[in-house]
Design a protein around this ligand. Structure first.
Ligand code: SF4
Length: 514
């Protein structure tokens, strides 16, 4: 298909090597009140047309879409009105962003130009979010001006706002008027006693409030804002940071409270806590959860509402598919030099092509699932996958900076998270220390899929009891995960191998550089 500008769809695919061809599931349910999970097969047929339209190509609101579509953040909101013990504003917020410095703070005009430049270069970029580095609603003029400018040129881009919720009730009308259809509120507690351990102070009504009083005001404003948004049909996601020993047990109550107020999706994220971040929790030794602690909490909440498990805790200036960051390609200096042509027809044609790829993945997965029909077993395994994001196994083991983790059992296959690692291969050589960190990150997995792997890491993985699998190179992840599981199950049933419960795994806590 000719897309104009001398490019066709095939060329654009080559231009976008990280373009995904996807997976099966969606984060969505009909109203935000139904039961469905991020890794399930919930999709167009499970949703009202209105909700499907909002989530179908939103990489954060749909797990399936996140393999296909990109998002970007613009850092136009530097000020914040609360202090969180997991955040150090010298760095990005470790809740919404990776703990690295925001490269550039932008004016609304610079931000709008950047958005149009990215949308012209990355046709699967469908979402603009403002998430900091402070709080968007502590900087309302800059935030709303940016959205206004972008909408004038690119009305097809979905607008998202991520806030601590303190000022939310005051801006509902503006949010609705600007068609900001996705709002994320970070809610870590509904009990002020717990809140006082997370928030030392807030600044509200021209006054600083501390301790219980601060947490009480914050919680009331967050829940009120959530109710007001959902009453107007605006999709709301709630982010919660899981802080072991502080709010981990309490988050089940938070989950019930936000569900009852109509939240569409709950995103429970691990606390990222290391001394080098300079946060209160980092410095006082409060640890983040392990992979299995996080999964157990997400699993226990999943029956209550839709859970997001694919959040990458992005930088406040991230660009690209989740899990990649192309922000360096779009610095203000580079954007000013770019010859930008925003062409809606090209974007739509490209996205139609993406949808075809997405459908192929679903068909392949469902056909493979048929082979498990009638086979019932309690065995469930985790598989780690090295992928560049095409929904295929297309990454060399040594190049992977993240492994996607899938849970497979006789009910099917679902994405349950990702694990960040230092890539094993450095300048053509493997590093033993790095292999250890990879093993720590995926040791709850039975196998790891990759397109290629060298002899040394293969041996190291086998020694750690993780099977390296490269025979499915370039094939669809979910389809082959089911194939592997079926063969694994048959081997167990024939008594050739013994299925053993795996140990726990570590979530990366140190500073991230990408
Ligand atoms: S921080 Fe999470 S919700 Fe926000 S853009 Fe990144 S993946 Fe999406």
């Amino acid at each position: 298909m000719d897309l104009g500008n001398g490019k066709n769809v095939a060329q654009l695919v080559v231009m976008q090597p990280s373009l995904s061809s996807g997976q099966q599931s969606s984060c969505a349910s009909k109203s935000g009140k139904g039961k469905s999970n991020c890794g399930s097969a919930a999709g167009q047929g499970d949703l009202s047309p209105e909700v499907w339209e909002k989530v179908k190509n939103h990489p954060c609101y749909s797990e399936e879409a996140h393999h296909h579509y990109a998002r970007m953040h613009v850092a136009v909101a530097p000020a914040c009105n609360i202090q969180c013990n997991y955040c150090n504003r010298k760095y990005d917020c470790s809740n919404e962003s990776r703990p690295g410095v925001v490269s550039e703070r932008l004016t609304p005009e610079q931000a709008a130009r950047k958005v149009i430049a990215v949308a012209s270069s990355i046709p699967q970029m469908t979402v603009l979010g403002i998430a900091g580095p402070g709080d968007p609603l502590a900087n309302p003029d800059k935030t709303f001006k940016t959205f206004e400018l972008v909408t004038q040129t690119a009305p097809d881009i979905k607008l998202c706002l991520s806030t601590n919720g303190l000022m939310l009730p005051d801006y509902i009308d503006q949010i609705q008027a600007l068609n900001i259809d996705h709002v994320t509120i970070t809610i870590n507690m509904i009990d002020p006693e717990i809140g006082a351990k997370i928030y030392p102070w807030i600044y509200y009504n021209k006054k600083r409030h501390e301790g219980l009083e601060a947490a009480k005001i914050l919680s009331e404003r967050q829940l009120l804002g959530l109710e007001m948004l959902t009453a107007r049909g605006i999709l709301c996601k709630v982010n919660s940071v899981m802080i072991p020993g502080v709010n981990d047990l309490h988050l089940v109550e938070v989950n019930k409270a936000v569900k009852s107020r109509g939240a569409f999706l709950h995103n429970i994220m691990p606390l990222i806590s290391a001394p080098e971040h300079g946060t209160v929790f980092g410095l006082n030794g409060t640890r983040g959860p392990t992979a299995q602690e996080l999964k157990a909490l997400q699993d226990s909440c999943e029956g209550e509402m839709n859970m997001m498990r694919h959040c990458r805790q992005c930088r406040a200036d991230a660009v690209g598919l989740l899990g990649e960051d192309r922000s360096n390609e779009f610095t203000t200096e580079k954007v000013m030099e770019m010859d930008v042509h925003y062409d809606l027809a090209i974007r739509q044609a490209y996205q139609e092509h993406v949808e075809k790829q997405r459908a192929e993945v679903v068909v392949a997965r469902n056909a493979e699932l048929e082979t498990l029909a009638g086979n019932r077993s309690n065995i469930s395994i985790l598989i780690a996958v090295a992928t560049k994001g095409s929904g295929r196994i297309n990454e060399h083991f040594g190049h992977a900076k993240e492994f996607q983790v899938y849970e497979v059992n006789t009910s099917g296959v679902k994405f349950v998270g990702h694990r960040r690692v230092d890539n094993y291969c450095q300048g053509g050589f493997g590093e033993e220390e790095r292999l250890e960190t990879v093993v720590r990150a995926i040791k709850d997995c039975v196998a790891v899929f990759m397109s290629r792997i060298g002899h040394c890491p293969r041996e190291g993985l086998l020694k750690a009891g993780i099977e390296p699998v490269d025979r499915f190179a370039l094939e669809f992840i979910e389809q082959t995960a089911i194939t592997y599981f079926r063969e694994y199950l048959e081997s167990v049933q024939r008594g050739e191998i013994e299925h053993i419960q795996r140990g726990d795994a570590a979530i990366r806590q140190g500073a991230l550089t990408i």
